[in-house]
Design a protein around this ligand. Structure first.
Ligand code: GLU
Length: 464
């Protein structure tokens, strides 16, 4: 056991997106590698934007990816008393103050500052107020130091320093009494003993403000590691324009969680030129030292390539279990017909997603095959005699397997003088209705004697 304590702290204002999932994964991997603790905290304090559906969706996505936490999920909204007590502590110690400036005042001063070419920030009007103003709405602001600098050594980006005069007196508590993100994140991370904060670099500007708050509250300051963001191929920040950004959308598109994990980890982390990693290997090899400093570029083709790899090498029985859902979505039931695991084995080579696999598996379970008319015209029209002798040879098989099916074809080819290239495509169309499928011997073996013979007979009927 090390004393490492890390956390993932999503705001439940939407689904778990690619960037969030990668942050969660990096935290998870480091915690597992160092035998530390991985905490999950739902930051649901923004009541207007947080929803239960989003919380559920995030938890489901974490589960799907296999990122189990050691502590939590904690809910920030249930920790209000603690947050308020800490704000009161800062007020008592004069490290925070009530600010009565109205939004209109602030906006007017902001515009003045912009006109005068100054950086807009709170001008400190209420900073030195001695007494509270009764019956007036107020926010509570942090009394940030105006001199000096706040620095930290980011575990990914290296040394970073901000001049304190650049930092605002941030709002700790809104007019309606709710505490703000920058404050509660500090209290919660400190109280939960988090000693390394790994998060997206969109938070880098918050970090010096948060460090000042750790110090004001008398908490030890954790280490920080800011992960570079993810861009689309056009180098713009990843958004819906670049395709699905929700992790669970990929589940629905037939991606495997191990492909997603493998893909996410490589978006910003590398280990030599190795591309394929099992979770165990990742836990063994992951380190912040190998997280790059520049943004990762989202590449859907690579994700698809990884998914194809994991389908090809996956356990057929497990894949069959996952495939059922995709087949029922197409109204295909597998209670009757070939064993689904055997069907999967015939499709692993070519299906890149479970959706493609379901498409490819469909013909095995259909009651009847209706070949595409163009394919029928091209491949079936003159094949009646061939099908008849194929039926004859297949009927002689006593042990139905790939070897005996192949030898039935050999006898047919010998007898008819036709090459497999002349027979195979026609048989394929008769049995599957389409012109691409797994190898014809495999198809016949898995489809089974009854279905094969009846489909060939149906094809003959349709020809007369
Ligand atoms: N709830 C914040 C977010 O989702 C957490 C930021 C942090 O990790 O500190 O952006």
């Amino acid at each position: 056991m090390s004393d490492l304590r890390v956390r993932f702290a999503p705001s439940p204002t939407g689904f778990l997106h690619i960037g969030g999932a990668r942050t969660a994964l990096f935290n998870y991997l480091l915690a597992r590698k160092e035998k530390g603790v991985f905490i999950l905290r739902i930051e649901d304090t923004d009541v207007a934007r947080s929803t239960r559906e989003s919380t559920e969706a995030i938890l489901q996505a974490m589960e799907w990816l296999g990122l189990s936490c050691d502590e939590g999920p904690y809910y920030q909204s249930q920790r209000r008393e603690l947050h308020i007590a800490k704000i009161e502590q800062l007020l008592r110690e004069k490290k925070a103050y009530r600010c009565y400036c109205t939004p209109e005042d602030l906006e007017a001063r902001r515009e003045d500052a912009l006109k005068a070419g100054r950086k807009p920030k709170y001008d400190g009007t209420c900073r030195e107020l001695e007494e509270p103003i009764p019956n007036s709405p107020f926010v509570i602001r942090f009394r940030a130091p105006r001199e000096g600098a706040t620095s930290f050594d980011d575990r990914i980006k290296g040394p970073i320093s901000f001049q304190n005069e650049e930092l605002d007196d941030v709002i700790l508590q809104r007019t309606d009494g709710t505490p703000t993100y920058n404050f509660v994140v500090v209290v919660d991370d400190a109280e939960m003993g988090v000693n390394l904060v790994i998060r997206g670099d969109d938070h880098i500007n918050n970090t010096p403000r948060q460090i000042l708050m750790y110090e004001a509250l008398g908490y030890p300051v954790p280490e920080f590691a800011h992960v570079p963001m993810i861009l689309g191929a056009d180098k713009a920040r990843l958004s819906k324009r670049h395709g699905a950004t929700s992790v669970m959308a990929y589940k629905e598109m037939g991606y495997l969680p191990e492909a997603m994990v493998n893909y996410l980890v490589r978006l910003g982390w590398s280990y030599g030129d190795q591309e394929i990693f099992t979770m165990e290997e990742l836990i063994d090899k992951f380190s912040l030292e190998n997280v790059g400093r520049s943004a990762g570029v989202f590449n859907p083709e690579k994700l698809l390539w990884l998914n194809a790899h994991y389908i090809k090498t996956g356990d057929p029985e497990r894949l069959a279990g996952l495939l059922r859902e995709f087949l029922s979505a197409r109204d295909i039931t597998t209670d009757e017909g070939p064993e689904l695991t055997e069907v999967v084995k015939t499709l692993q080579e070519r299906a890149r997603t479970l959706v493609e696999m379901a498409e490819g598996a469909e013909f095995y379970y259909l009651e009847e095959i209706h070949p595409d008319p163009a394919a029928a015209a091209k491949f079936l029209s003159d094949k009646k005699p061939v099908f008849e002798s194929l039926i004859r040879h297949l009927k002689q098989i006593s042990q139905w397997n790939e070897v005996s099916v192949e030898s039935a074809f050999s006898s047919l080819m010998e007898e008819s003088g036709l090459k497999l290239g002349k027979i195979g495509p026609s048989v394929r169309v008769a049995l599957t209705g389409v012109t691409t499928s797994p190898g014809i011997y495999e198809v016949i073996t898995v489809l089974g004697r009854d279905k094969t013979l009846s489909r060939l007979e149906k094809a003959i009927e349709s020809l007369s």
